[in-house]
Design a binder for this molecule. Structure first.
Ligand SMILES: Cc1cc2nc3c(=O)[nH]c(=O)nc-3n(C[C@H](O)[C@H](O)[C@H](O)COP(=O)(O)OP(=O)(O)OC[C@H]3O[C@@H](n4cnc5c(N)ncnc54)[C@H](O)[C@@H]3O)c2cc1C
Ligand code: FES
Ligand code: FES
Length: 489
């Protein structure tokens, strides 16, 4: 790899940066270096959307070969822009003419103090650009999902949602993607990025072999994928990350492949694409996917990052464990596979060796061996919230309703996401009945000593976990009406 400057497209030309820290955020660069202060900062942790920008990247499957996605600039590091296009709110209006989403926001009174407005506009702009040319007007649900990462404290959401609908009624004004794509093609000809500043170097290998060699030589370096966990270590904990190895350019990690038995999702695939793949095989992932963070976080964050970070309240792991997912690990040229549940050894401790990384996740196809599968997240807010409990169940049933295998996993119930072996044993070999479910609910008490914190008490978590098993039973048992408000005695 050769040392060079960071290069990306912004406001009609290629920008070159050679004097910024590798952990300078895109937001800091925009506001403090460029004085482009339209993009705002509030939470600095990906939660509020005030800092939303749109990133363009090369993608053959996207219109015009250019993928446009909303992102939180407060937690993205500047070198991750290399080879991409950056759009901020200053890009939208041309020669005094507002873009349709801006016009609609004015007409519908979608802004009061205005602090959140640029972020809302950028989320709506990405949605408009991606859909306006060939799609019917968005539904209210689609709009609220698009805006799941944007908070407004004073206007209220009704006029903003109305603005999103009104923009559609204006003449189509989508941008031409070809010139941007041509610039990104030229940037892709540059050698892989190695960017040094001070004592810190940012490496962006492009192949898994390059990554494996580099990480074996520098096992102390910080791996960085979507930055939706790591970004906060810098903005909230003021950590110095040392050398950084960025996974976002490694082509093998971005791949998704299928065979009759497995879906293999590369560790660098975004949560947006990973969930779309999981949903195509098993529609029961839909609600969890929508309730995982927000659109910009799902665009940046990766499934591999969720699994590798191993938070006790990570939302993808219970479902992945219940389906029997294997995690594919690589260290140098050596590749090994582990059942996902064996990756976690304890709170923030995993089985990765120095220099070893997650290469992919291998998920058994539901269509190959259908199961009664459910995964549910319980949190205080619907969108953009951390789970108190996240549950997943995958039961195989014989024709006479006997549970031939049970895989049950929970987040929020222990120091790591973990399977419920006692509850699984209570169900396996039994008819799926009220009696066996109640036995499994009781068994959960020996499986877990739940976390007890300000998000939820241990008692609450246990009761919720037990009631989710009961819900599974009620949903499966069509002749038993769901008794609203019923809880475990
Ligand atoms: C506002 C907000 C909302 C969120 N909401 C949710 C939520 O609803 N549910 C939830 O589960 N999480 C949530 N998260 C957490 C986060 O988005 C996820 O954990 C995400 O999947 C992390 O992926 P990433 O690519 O951003 O990882 P990064 O932040 O880049 O990395 C996370 C960790 O994983 C390591 N890592 C990444 N990739 C690999 C790899 N291939 N091999 C080895 N190690 C690797 C990194 O070194 C680092 O230690 C939220 C975060 C934010 C900021
Ligand atoms: S400042 Fe709140 S999401 Fe970035
Ligand atoms: S207009 Fe004030 S926060 Fe939204």
């Amino acid at each position: 790899m050769t040392q060079r400057a960071i290069r990306f497209w912004h406001r009609g030309s290629i920008v070159e940066v050679s004097d910024a820290s590798p952990q300078r955020t895109v937001l800091q660069w925009l506001r403090e270096d460029l004085h482009a202060t339209g993009t705002k900062e509030a939470c600095g942790e990906g939660d509020c959307g005030a800092c939303t920008v749109v990133l363009g990247s090369r993608d053959e499957s996207a219109p015009g070969g250019l993928r446009l996605e909303a992102a939180n600039s407060c937690i993205q590091f500047l070198p991750t822009l290399d080879g991409k296009a950056l759009f901020s709110v200053e890009d939208l209006a041309s020669e005094g003419t507002l873009h349709p989403v801006q016009e609609a926001m004015v007409e519908c009174h979608g802004s009061q103090c205005g602090f959140c407005t640029p972020g809302f506009i950028m989320s709506l702009w990405a949605h408009y650009e991606n859909n306006r040319a060939d799609r019917a007007a968005p539904t209210r649900d689609e709009i609220t999902d698009t805006l799941s990462g944007n908070l407004c404290r004073c206007t209220g959401y009704r006029p903003i949602i109305e603005a999103a609908q009104t923009a559609w009624q204006k003449p189509c004004a989508t941008m031409s993607r070809a010139p941007v794509r041509a610039v990104l093609d030229a940037l892709a000809e540059l050698p892989a990025l190695e960017y040094a500043n001070g004592t810190q170097t940012f490496f962006a290998p492009r192949s898994v072999d390059e990554l494996a060699t580099l990480y074996s030589a520098k096992p102390q370096a910080q791996l960085l994928a979507g930055s939706t966990d790591v970004g906060l270590w810098v903005t909230k904990q003021l950590r110095h990350l040392g050398d950084i190895i960025y996974l976002g350019k490694v082509k093998e990690l971005a791949q998704i492949s299928h065979n009759d038995k497995w879906i293999e999702i590369g560790a660098g695939v975004s949560l947006t694409d990973a969930f779309a793949t999981l949903i195509a095989d098993e529609a029961q992932w839909t609600e969890l996917a929508q309730r995982f963070a927000s659109v910009p976080i799902r665009n940046a964050g990766t499934l591999g990052g969720n699994v590798a970070n191993g938070s006790p309240i990570g939302d993808s792991m219970p479902g992945l464990m219940a389906l029997g997912t294997m995690v594919v690990l690589q260290q140098g040229a050596g590749i090994r596979e582990l059942p996902l549940e064996e990756l976690y050894l304890g709170y923030q401790k995993n089985a990765l060796e120095p220099g070893e990384f997650v290469r992919a996740l291998r998920i058994p196809r539901q269509s190959a061996q259908p199961k009664l599968f459910r995964t549910w997240k319980i949190s205080k807010r619907r969108d953009q919230d951390i789970a108190a409990v996240c549950a997943a169940f995958a039961l195989s049933l014989s024709n006479d309703n006997v549970v031939t295998s049970a895989r049950i996993a929970f987040g929020g119930m222990a120091a790591t996401p973990r399977r419920a072996s006692a509850a699984e044993a209570a169900l396996t070999g039994q008819a799926l009945s009220e009696a066996s479910i109640r036995a499994a609910m009781q068994a959960l008490r020996s499986d877990y000593q739940p976390l007890d914190d300000m998000r939820a008490s241990a008692d609450y978590r246990m009761q919720v976990a037990q009631n989710l098993l009961w819900r599974l039973f009620l949903e499966h048992t069509t002749d038993t009406p769901l008794r609203v408000g019923e809880v475990m005695a």
